[in-house]
Design a protein around this ligand. Structure first.
Ligand code: C2E
Ligand code: MG
Length: 700
């Protein structure tokens, strides 16, 4: 702005007016964004300030002397403007101010708010002044608002909340989808729509993403006002102010329930059998593929069972296809009912079903036995009569089994094998079960036979306890370990290595374990009255399954009470494998028994799950160095180092240590030098039947 000269002395009245005029002239000239133009009655421009130049593009030099109508009036407004100008000069006043679009020198329109006034000075020609405010910015903002408003009322549900999540606005589509009107939603939290199907972590992850990335999108199960739960695809964006603080959240909700339903139908059609609703061939192949990969990863076997209905064609032809269909449905149902949730059963085509069992363990013989057990259960269930409308149908199926394991081949090859096995079962006279691998068949059959005789053995108490001495530094017997033997009428004395594992897998170890405990305690009572034997402790091995029974501690206490044995002379041998799970429950049981005087020894120490932290927590009395380390203790520096470490560990925890499998004097001396002063092994005596043991004990 040009500065005016400062008055040096008070101006007279005339000079004062001139100064005022000058000031106004300057003001008109300099005022920004307000265009002031002066016109004579015929439209000739006599005044054009700088803002007019900015707004309309003409410099004052270009505009002066030109005509209003030619300069800034668009052609379609010419006659209106002409009329208005005449009216204003005739009446000596401006028309009411209004918004209009006038023309820029370059041809485009400029939105302005235009006021007019007619200035009459006596003796002079009247002049019309137009005062136009540039409205471009406002018009643009209005346009954006219009666009935003249209966008807001789009097909998708929109919800705007403040930064705390209070709903400020929702659109019509939101109301249509959720059932909540704007009045009902505004002021509420978005949890208005909560279906309670998502856990707290889901929401905290969403907030985390909003804080860090400023946006989140995903599928949310929402609840409509009428209670119906449906799926929305939700996009949330944070709105930030100039200081980057979040002011609002804009949520866009798209109801995808129909799409999901359609997808579900497509999946159902593509991967499921419409008659039985079981997975079809394609899905089964896919799952088998995955299962084979998983079994390679986890080093665990799985099994494939192929079932085919015997004489299905005869039923179909004689009773009609709808009865045939009914049988397929009933069979599908029975199969599903008799399998675990994690097993897959599929209709593989016609009257053939495929069953896939996973996680049957690393050992293929055990896996085969488990698969056979399931197969037999299924055969039995399917053999029961089916009510097919008004007729009862007695049918059977033939079944093939094959295993897939770590070095197994493709899904296709496994399917071929199991189908072959199934045809073999059919050839063997139907209603039968056949393994693909004849060797496996033999192993499984032998196992099944062993299981049967083991059951009989338990029923008929065909067991014996052998006793093996445990000695101290001086070679005196301080106790024994009770070791079970099976006295089989055909096989003679069977060692535990040949049946304990099977007993554990079949659960037969539970009745056997009770028998062992009971017999061992009775032996203690018998010895109690014999001077050379009364002091002996009795170590009894307890398997994991036995110990994990909820009432194990009560069982032991009951045996002690029943037999009258002293708890202080009973020592339970646990293995490390037992401590892998449920450590709290294990500790509690041990403490309960410990309180009654029962002792604990940790068998085979060093071979299993050697987390040392549990050792501190458990009320143990003794660590038993596994015979595997003792065997080569003189020759193998590693074994010697481990034995030394176990002895030091026992020492620091205040536990006794005993070495198992001591066969030579040299081993005994080496162990003694390391600080181990209790021993068990052939050097002092093998496990012996009771009379032989008692004779030995009297000599030692
Ligand atoms: P374990 O508890 O580690 O028992 C020690 C095994 O080492 C016994 O085999 C014993 O005969 C053998 N042994 C002892 N000293 C020597 C030696 O100097 N050299 C050699 N080479 N071996 C020696 P056994 O009696 O065949 O028992 C094998 C396993 O069967 C036992 O190992 C135990 O895990 C299990 N077992 C035996 N009886 C029972 C029982 O009543 N219940 C349970 N749950 N398991 C039992
Ligand atoms: Mg033992």
């Amino acid at each position: 702005m040009t500065s005016l000269p400062m008055p040096t002395s008070p101006p007279d009245i005339h000079t004062a007016r001139e100064i005022t005029d000058l000031r106004f002239q300057q003001l008109f000239e300099d005022v920004d964004a307000i265009s002031i133009q002066g016109y004579l009655v015929d439209g000739t421009v006599i005044y054009w300030n700088r803002a007019s130049e900015n707004i309309y593009g003409y410099s004052a030099a270009e505009a002066m002397g030109g005509n209003l109508l030619d300069l800034i009036i668009p052609p379609d407004m010419r006659s209106t403007v002409e009329g208005a100008v005449h009216w204003m000069f005739e009446n000596g006043q401006g028309i009411a101010p209004s918004r209009m679009n006038l023309r820029h020198k370059l041809g485009h329109l400029v939105p302005v708010y235009s006021s007019h006034t007619v200035v009459e000075v006596s003796g002079q020609a009247s002049v019309m002044f137009c005062i136009d405010a540039d409205m471009s910015a406002l018009a643009k903002a209005e346009e954006e608002l219009r666009i935003a408003a249209t966008a807001f009322e789009s097909q998708q549900g929109m919800m705007i909340t403040d930064c705390r999540g209070v709903i400020l606005r929702v659109n019509t589509s939101f109301t249509e989808t959720t059932g909540y009107s704007a009045a009902e939603a505004v002021g509420q939290s978005p949890s208005l729509l909560s279906s309670e199907r998502h856990p707290a972590e889901f929401w905290s992850l969403m907030w985390q993403s909003l804080q860090t990335a400023g946006s989140w999108q995903g599928e949310i199960w929402n609840r409509r006002k009428n209670g119906e739960i449906y799926a929305d695809w939700v996009i949330v964006s944070a709105v930030r102010d100039a200081d980057d603080a979040v002011t609002h959240f804009v949520c866009n909700l798209t109801d995808i329930s129909q799409r999901k339903e359609a997808e579900g139908k497509i999946i159902q059609l593509a991967f499921y059998d419409p008659l039985t609703h079981l997975p079809n061939r394609r899905l089964m192949q896919d799952r088998l593929h995955q299962a084979i990969s998983a079994s390679q990863r986890n080093q665990s076997c799985g099994a494939l069972l192929c079932l085919d209905i015997d004489n299905f064609k005869i039923l179909n032809d004689s009773a009609g296809h709808d009865i045939g269909d009914l049988l397929l449905q009933k069979l599908a149902q029975r199969l599903t009912e008799n399998l675990r949730d994690c097993d897959t059963v599929a209709r593989f085509g016609g009257d053939t079903f495929l069953v896939m069992l996973e996680d049957l363990g690393a050992d293929s013989v055990t896996a085969a036995a488990k698969a056979q057990l399931t197969a037999q259960k299924l055969l039995q269930a399917l053999r029961l009569p089916h009510q097919l409308r008004d007729q009862v149908y007695h049918g059977s199926v033939s079944m093939g089994i094959t295993l897939f394991d770590a070095d197994g081949d493709s899904a296709e090859a496994s399917i071929k094998r199991v189908e072959l096995a199934m045809y073999q079962a059919k050839a063997a006279g139907r209603n039968a079960l056949c393994f693909f691998d004849p060797h496996m068949q033999a192993v499984v059959s032998a196992r099944a036979a062993l299981e049967t005789s083991l059951r009989e053995a338990i029923a008929q108490s065909q067991f014996l306890l052998y006793h093996q001495a445990q000695v101290n530094q001086q070679g005196q017997i301080t106790g024994v370990e009770a070791l079970v033997r099976w006295q089989d009428p055909q096989r003679g004395i069977v060692a535990p290595a040949d049946f304990i594992e099977l007993a554990e897998e079949t659960g037969l170890i539970l009745p056997l374990g009770v028998w062992v405990l009971d017999t061992a305690c009775r032996q203690l009572v018998q010895w109690a009255s014999q001077p050379g034997l009364a002091h002996l402790t009795m170590a009894v091995s307890v398997s994991a399954l036995q110990f994990h029974q909820e009432d194990f501690a009560d069982q032991v206490l009951a045996v002690l009470a029943r037999t009258g044995a002293r708890a202080q002379q009973l020592k339970l041998e646990l293995t490390e494998s037992l401590l892998v799970s449920n450590l709290d429950a294990v500790t509690a049981k041990m403490q309960l028994l410990k309180a009654s005087g029962v002792g604990f020894s940790l068998d085979d120490f060093g071979t299993g799950y050697s987390s040392l932290s549990y050792l501190k927590r458990l009320p143990l009395d003794q660590l038993k160095i596994d015979q595997g380390f003792v065997r080569h203790i003189l020759a193998d520096a590693n074994d010697a180092a481990i034995a030394k470490m176990i002895i030091a560990l026992a020492d620091s925890l205040g536990l006794q240590v005993i070495a198992e499998g001591v066969e030579t004097q040299a081993q005994r001396e080496f162990l003694a030098a390391l600080g181990c002063h209790h021993y068990q092994g052939y050097l002092f005596g093998r496990p012996l039947p009771i009379q032989a043991f008692e004779a030995l004990a009297r000599c030692l």
